[in-house]
Design a binder for this molecule. Structure first.
Ligand code: IMP
Ligand code: MG
Length: 379
């Protein structure tokens, strides 16, 4: 069975029993080699790691190897910091041992960092860490596990010891959560001074979206020296605009490496009807079409006064001169009018009143997404 339902969630098969076994065997072989001569004490972190630990330990041939089982209990402490962890079940004297912590999965890395600190304080010879699964994309601490079975994307997974609310630990395969909500892909538009940046940040937080700013993308692909980045650089070196195909390629690349995202917010792209068409084609291929275009509408006098205000503190020279500002607004309207029409033809253009307080405008955007965009999706 490739798709299963546990409580309210749907999961799809991700790793077969054979793939898991191969990963565990690889880890055991590496441990047998690296731990020879320093009899290890394996520490299985309950509950999740029990199955991994059992399959791994039967493949360990290092003389004098031992295994022990501990768990972490969270309780609400008296302090204002909230949850406090407590290590329970450690009975043996572990001083002088080489301790190998066995974890089913490293997600944020908070647990493993805490455990390493605890064991290092106990006078052990060495602390090593092993995780069957490792989600580098979720990491919040500086952790480099000594042994890793498989690197996986930042998705919630179950099976082979890992649970969802206590269930699914018995599955011999590993399943990954299937996002059944369609992705929310928003194209955000607004003239200079409309508060696009502020509202984009709000929507990202509110709906768990991933930001797709083409300027940021270009800079990061170039910095990472990827083939696309090198391609873009050659055009920029000649003082030319980066062609649409290259930009679309970068967007596609970013989307494919964030398949777990709830959706994307497009900022600064598309700027022309041709780009919008190419974006549509690419998203269609990936099966995640644009949900809608939200355009923030603000009266010209208000935009001018907001920008002049910003110019007093930002130091941006283009925010100081009323004539320059008017011209930028004019250019925006000329350029985006055809794009609004393009999305309106698909029934996907949403006009948002951008006058008033920041919170008010944010709530209008949120309402448009919840009632308009999501409804469009369900049709
Ligand atoms: P960390 O402290 O965020 O690295 O999380 C480690 C612990 O969180 C693991 O030992 C698991 O118990 C649990 N965990 C993290 N990700 C998953 C997952 O995708 N499925 C099930 N449990 C998980
Ligand atoms: Mg665990």
């Amino acid at each position: 069975m490739d798709v299963i339902k546990i409580l309210d969630k749907t999961f799809e098969r991700y790793l077969s029993a054979v793939e898991i076994e191969a990963a565990v065997t690889r880890m055991a072989m590496e441990m047998n080699r690296r731990l020879a001569g320093k009899p290890p004490l394996f520490m299985c972190i309950l509950n999740g790691a029990f199955m991994f630990a059992a399959d791994l330990f039967r493949r360990i041939t290092v003389e004098g190897a031992q295994i022990s089982f501990i768990r972490l209990a969270s309780y609400r402490g008296q302090t204002s910091t909230g949850a406090v962890q407590e290590l329970i079940g450690l009975s043996e004297d572990i001083a002088g041992h080489t301790v190998v912590i066995l974890e089913d999965i490293i997600d944020t890395g908070v647990t493993i960092s805490y455990l390493m600190k605890q064991f290092q304080a106990l006078n052990v010879a060495e602390v090593q860490t092993a995780a069957l699964l490792f989600k580098p994309g979720a990491l919040k601490c500086n952790v480099v596990p000594d042994y890793v079975g498989l690197e996986i994307p930042n998705d919630f997974i179950i099976g082979y010891g890992l649970d969802y609310d206590g269930f699914a630990r018995n599955l011999p395969e590993i399943y990954r959560i299937k996002n059944t909500e369609p992705m929310l892909n928003i194209v955000l538009f607004g003239p200079p001074g409309a508060g696009k940046g502020t509202q984009a940040e709000f929507l990202i937080r509110e709906f768990g979206l991933t930001h797709l700013s083409t300027g940021d993308l270009l800079r990061s692909e170039i910095a990472a020296d990827t083939p696309l980045g090198r391609q873009a650089q050659t055009f920029m070196d000649k003082g030319e605009l980066v062609p649409d195909a290259v930009v679309i390629g970068m967007i596609k690349h970013r989307i494919e490496s964030h398949r777990d995202a709830h959706g994307f917010i497009f900022d600064g792209f598309p700027r022309t009807v041709k780009q919008a068409e190419e974006l549509d084609r690419m998203l269609e291929e990936l099966g995640i079409p644009v949900s809608g275009m939200l355009s923030l509408e603000v009266e010209k006098e208000e935009l001018v006064s907001r920008l002049l205000n910003r110019g007093q503190t930002s130091g941006r020279s283009d925010d100081r001169d009323a004539a320059v500002i008017e011209n930028r607004i004019q250019v925006y309207h000329e350029k985006t009018a055809p794009l609004k029409q393009y999305y309106a033809n698909q029934g996907k253009h949403f006009h948002i009143d951008g006058m008033g307080a920041i919170e008010e405008i944010g709530q209008r955007l949120k309402a448009a997404i919840e009632t308009g965009l999501k409804k469009l999706h369900r049709q």
